[in-house]
Ligand binder design. Sequence first.
Ligand code: G6P
Length: 476
Amino acid sequence: MSKIIFASNRLPVTVQKNTNEGFTYQKSIGGLATGLKSYHEQSNGLWVGWPGIADEKMNREEKKAVQKELLENHQCLPVFLTEEEVDLYYNIFCNRTIWPLFHYFTSKTTYEAESWEAYKLVNLKFFQTIESVIEEDDVIWIHDFHLMLLPQMIKEKYPAAQIGFFLHIPFPSFEIFRLLIWREEILLGLLGADLIGFHTYEYARHFLSSIRRLLDLETNFNRVSYEDRYVQVDAFPMGIDYEFFAREHETPASQEETREIIEKTKGIKMILSIDRLDYTKGIPERIKGFSRFLAQNPEYRGKVRLNLIVAPSRIDVDSYDRLRKEIKELVSDINGKYGTFTWMPIWFFFRTFTQESLITLYRHSDVLLVTPLRDGMNLVAKEYIASRTDYEGMVVISETAGAASELSEAVIVNANDYNAIARGLKKALAMPREEKIARNKMMSRRIQRYHVGFWASEFLNTLNRFSLESAEIIYQ
Ligand code: G6P
């Protein structure tokens, strides 16, 4: 029987070594891992990826034990990376070259030849791991910017394999993408796939434009003709596990963790903000927007609170640590300026919460403020709407989040414009109940229909259909 092989840099479980003995296996954070996890669990798929722990931290026996646990209990096959590989490939090439460039942060982008070599090597390591399990008729679904050379590596050796690639971050406009030194190699690497998917039509359009202008290849609508075959390019907006977020979660643990926040916020309007620590998320701009809101609307002082949740992420990259300090300072400035003995405008949490606790928080928050400067999709916005089964609450989202194109009934703002954030907040807080319900019903139905299972099936069915079609065209 054929199987699906999922490949992504990070596995849905992250392995950590305990201080005394043994290892812990924790859920990974980020849109890709949380979004795809439920689909992977239901499929007979194998997920190939990095377990988040450096090779040197384990001896041979421990590595075997970790591998066994991942395979038997999590349907995962680890690709072990050395500390040097993690540094050059992950910290530098992925997180200081591709990530900032694809999110339009050109001044944060660095170009280091050594890290490019490591990127090629690690993609090869993934290829070799996949080779150890690949069988005829398997479908290989590769995810995200860490593995953009992998499709071509597989296609060269296994031309009949069905290969899909999905990018979870934006694909930038040609004027930005052309700045990358290794731009042609990256495009050719991606063209090894039979189907390339993006969250929005804009990203697909940008990709096709780069293909035409940099590789001089012909494109016909969404189809690229490359060598003796075709590559299909399309938009597949990722969804969430709707039923999970809409369900009741009455577990005592989730109540315990969030009860304090909710208890102490009774009678106060709650604004919620949740992100991974990342400069693309626009967290300082959001805090300044909230401060502008307090300055312009004194009647709300003492009556609203911003619960700012930031999950630690990529702490070995300097700019992330600087950002953490900047956020801390901004929070204390605003609390110092507006706080009273009985009220603090911002509560800042630098840690992760369980999904059940987040659902409880979603249900008790009047507004979700999600204003990334640039974001491939942003699933938090969809999770919030799905959790609000009473259809109350309102999302304020920036137009530069991929999710905004599907959430047109939310309050949409420009993340750089503090006045717009302040106006958006006021509009969401003051919106009549009936209007909120009407808007949320429309968004909620859409999110329910285009859930993550729908997204994955749509992608895999298109891949299957297209691979069969192109085989016929080629062999005619
Ligand atoms: C984004 C990326 C994912 C990544 C996640 C967390 O959502 O698209 O590929 O896994 O961030 O980042 P990390 O570097 O911790 O894997």
